[in-house]
Design a protein around this ligand. Sequence first.
Ligand code: PMP
Length: 363
Amino acid sequence: SVTNPESTTPGIRLRPEIAALPPYRQGRPAPAEGYKLSSNENPFDPLPGVAEAVAATATQINRYPDATALALREKLGERFGVTADEVLIGDGSVALLAQFILAAAAPGDEVVYSWRSFEAYPGLVTVSGATSVQIPNRADHGHDLDAMADAITDRTRVVIVCSPNNPTGVTVTADEFEAFMARVPSDLLVLLDEAYVEFVRDGASVDGRTLIGRYPNLVVLRTFSKAYGLAGLRVGYAIGPVGILDAARATAIPLGVTAAAGAAGIASLEAEAELLARVAEIVERRTRLHQALLAQGWPVPDAQGNFIWLPTGADTTAVAERLFDAGVVVRAFPPEGIRVSIGEHESVDILLGILGELVPGSQ
Ligand code: PMP
């Protein structure tokens, strides 16, 4: 057999950059009695009405779904004041990110984003064949939009702005975003990733809803995974100009959105008041944890998502292990820090008990 020296699989000619690419890293499961605060999931059980809407789709699983999810697009269109054609549903917003990157970026092209940010971005860019241009976050753990605008070249095809930024929790302000857009060429695709926007309480933060229809090159990405608690069903959406969305429809893996996902999305919008009351409860827990950590002496940045960033530096692995031993699973990004999702009510005091003993510089 022929062996490709660049491939890890003898005899198979794989793309070398793909053979070297690790798969997306999921949060590890919590111990039986513990708390899984590693994937920014919604800790509340599904609403019965949503579960029933999903169950009702079971009688049709021998048929292909309407994978364009027209009924859900129409409902979202009403909410955002756009037509159903200006909404695109994806197999999670991560699939939409991939579709837009594939639509615009190819080998030799560049994709600009802040770093550290959502872990999936580098892999998606590599899969497209393009090159990542990562701009370090500012000292306050927010995006450096000036440096991002400076990094745009004639090879740049996509810029991703993540607000609130995963994993640091800091938002881009509306003023910063508008100033940034004024510097971006109008033929360069900008993806505003707002996976956590429903948890934002800082009124100065950018809100994609207010930007819809204002820029020919802007797509807003949102998800049902976090605030709406549908992470397991994989349903995200994009709102933007039809021409850009059509290109992303073309790069989609066909038939990726299930009838269960579409039905759950509709049922969740119908139960929105109840779901947003849960979001408010998570925001209360976040505020309590954030304020108490500051009082303990933790240098935590602003937290506008359903998670908090602990800048643990060289102690990252040790702190994550200490939490794991106490039954709390978090996401460690050594040697930078730890992302802790806001989960069950009791988990807040458990976290504060352990983290109070681990304040940086206090030992
Ligand atoms: N964007 C950001 C910033 C995220 O953190 C996530 C999920 N971790 C996603 C997009 C993707 O979410 P989903 O595919 O579940 O919609």
